[in-house]
Design a protein around this ligand. Structure first.
Ligand SMILES: NC(=O)c1ccc[n+]([C@@H]2O[C@H](COP(=O)([O-])OP(=O)(O)OC[C@H]3O[C@@H](n4cnc5c(N)ncnc54)[C@H](OP(=O)(O)O)[C@@H]3O)[C@@H](O)[C@H]2O)c1
Length: 385
C-alpha cells in the first residue's frame, strides 16, 4: 500500500471536503497502484511543489504532455504511456492519480472508477475499431473505383475495329456531336451507318466521310419522333436491314432534342415535349434493341449513349425538366444495360457532355459568359472515341 494521499500537495484535502473517513477508508482498501508510478508521481508532487509540477526527468511537464493532442488521442483510445504500462490501471485512472492522487481517490473511490473507466475505454476501443474498419472499407472502395476508372480511361482499345467490329452506327450524325463522332470513328477506320431524318444532310456527311477517310457508309432515313408509328416501324425495318449481317461493333446513340427549350411545364405545349421523349428515350431504346442481337451473337460490341450533365452532374435543371428526365433515363438505362450485357462481351457507356458548341446549345448560349468555356464538338469527339 502506498500512501498517496499523504504526499499530495493538492489544495483540496479530505478535511476540507468533509468526507475524510470515506476517503481514507477507500484509499486503504484500494489495490496498491504500482509503486513506480506513484513514487515518481509523489516525488513530483512533493518536490515540484505542485501536482502540476515538472517531472524530475529533464524538467518535462508530464501532465502538460498528456494533455497535448497526442496525449488526448492516447487517452481517448486508452493507450497508456510508457510510464503507466507497468500498472494494471486504465489510463484515465492512472492519469487522475498522477495529477492529484488525493482528490482522485477520495472523491471517486478507486474500485468504482477503475471498473467504469475500464468499461468506457473498452467501448471506445471497440467503436474506434468499428469506425476505423468502416472508414477503411470506404476508402478501399473509393480507391478501387478510381483505379478502375483510370485503367478504363488509360487502356481504352486503340484498335476499335479489331476490338469491336468493322462498322459503327451513329444516330443524329448530321450536325454537332453526332457528325464529329461519325467522322472520328471513320478516322479510326470504321465504316459508318448514318441514321438521321434529313436525307440531304445524311448524304453530305457520307460524302465528307468518304472524302476524308475513304471508309464505307450506309444511310438510313429515320425521323425518331415517329418511332412506334407506322412510318417509324418502316424506318426501323430499314435500319434492321442495314445492320443485318454487318459486323456492327459500335453504336452511338446520339440523336437528341432539347426543344421547346426553357419553360414551365404547365405553360408548355405537350406535343413537342412528347416528341422529345420519343426521340431522346424511346427511339434510343428501340435502336439499341435492333443492334444488340448481332453484337450478342458475335460476343463483342460497344454501345455509347449520349446522356447529359443536366441529369447527372447538376442537382436539377429547372425549366428543362422533361429534357433532364429523358437524359436521366438514358443514364439509368445505360447502367442497367452495362451489367446486363457484360457477360456477352458488350461494353455500354453513357457519356455526359456538359457544354459543347453545337446547334442545340449555341442558340441560347450566344454571347453568354459561360460560352467561353464551351468546347467544339470535334475536340469532344476526339476525346470521347
Ligand atoms: N451540346 C451540348 O452541350 C450537349 C450537352 C449535353 C448533351 N448533349 C446531347 O448530345 C446529343 C447531340 O446534341 P448536339 O449538341 O450535337 O445537338 P445538334 O447539333 O442539334 O444535333 C442533334 C442531332 O440529332 C438529330 N435529331 C434531332 N431530332 C431528330 C429526330 N426527330 N430524328 C432523327 N434525328 C434527330 C439532329 O438531326 P438534324 O440535323 O436533322 O436536326 C442532329 O443530327 C443530344 O443527345 C444532346 O442531348 C449535348
Amino acid at each position: 500500500m502506498v500512501s498517496v494521499t499523504s504526499r499530495c500537495s493538492c489544495s483540496r484535502t479530505p478535511s476540507d471536503g468533509g468526507d475524510t473517513g470515506r476517503g481514507e477508508a477507500s484509499i486503504r482498501s484500494l489495490p496498491a497502484p504500482p509503486s513506480r508510478v506513484h513514487q515518481r508521481g509523489g516525488r513530483d508532487l512533493v518536490e515540484g511543489g505542485t501536482h502540476r509540477g515538472k517531472s524530475q526527468r529533464g524538467g518535462r511537464d508530464v501532465i502538460g504532455e498528456e494533455r497535448s493532442i497526442k496525449g488526448n488521442l492516447r487517452r481517448w483510445l486508452g493507450v497508456k504511456p510508457l510510464e503507466a504500462r507497468g500498472t494494471d490501471l486504465p489510463y484515465g485512472v492512472w492519469l487522475a492519480a498522477r495529477e492529484c492522487p488525493t482528490r482522485w481517490t477520495w472523491k471517486l473511490g478507486l474500485d468504482l472508477t477503475h471498473k467504469k473507466q475500464h468499461n468506457k475505454l473498452k467501448l471506445r476501443k471497440k467503436s474506434f475499431i468499428l469506425l476505423a474498419s468502416l472508414g477503411a472499407v470506404h476508402v478501399a472502395a473509393a480507391v478501387f473505383r478510381l483505379i478502375a476508372f483510370l485503367s478504363f480511361g488509360l487502356h481504352r482499345p486503340k484498335n476499335l475495329r479489331r476490338r469491336y467490329g468493322a462498322w459503327a452506327v451513329v444516330t443524329g450524325p448530321t450536325s454537332g456531336i453526332g457528325r464529329a463522332m461519325a467522322l472520328e470513328l471513320a478516322a479510326h477506320g470504321l465504316n459508318v451507318v448514318l441514321v438521321g431524318r434529313d436525307p440531304a444532310k445524311l448524304r453530305d456527311v457520307a460524302d465528307a466521310i468518304a472524302r476524308s477517310h475513304g471508309v464505307r457508309t450506309k444511310t438510313v432515313v429515320f425521323d425518331f419522333s415517329l418511332v412506334s408509328t407506322v412510318q417509324g416501324e418502316k424506318a426501323m425495318a430499314a435500319l434492321r436491314e442495314a445492320v443485318e449481317g454487318v459486323d456492327v461493333g459500335v453504336l452511338v446513340n446520339n440523336a437528341g432534342v432539347a426543344k421547346p427549350g426553357a419553360m414551365f411545364l404547365h405553360e408548355a405545349d405537350m406535343e413537342p415535349l412528347m416528341r422529345m421523349v420519343r426521340v431522346n428515350a424511346l427511339a434510343l431504346t428501340k435502336v439499341t434493341a435492333a443492334v444488340l442481337p448481332g453484337m450478342a451473337e458475335r460476343g463483342r460490341g460497344a454501345v455509347v449513349n449520349i446522356g447529359s450533365a443536366s441529369s447527372g452532374a447538376l442537382p436539377s435543371f429547372p425549366l428543362y425538366s422533361v429534357y433532364a428526365g429523358t437524359k436521366a433515363y438514358v443514364a439509368a438505362f445505360s447502367r442497367g444495360l452495362s451489367v446486363e450485357y457484360k457477360s456477352k462481351g458488350i461494353d455500354v457507356q453513357c457519356q455526359v457532355p456538359f457544354l459543347i458548341e453545337t446547334n442545340m446549345i449555341s442558340s441560347f448560349m450566344k454571347g453568354n459568359f459561360v460560352s467561353q468555356f464551351m468546347v467544339t464538338s470535334e475536340s469532344y469527339a476526339h476525346a470521347a472515341v
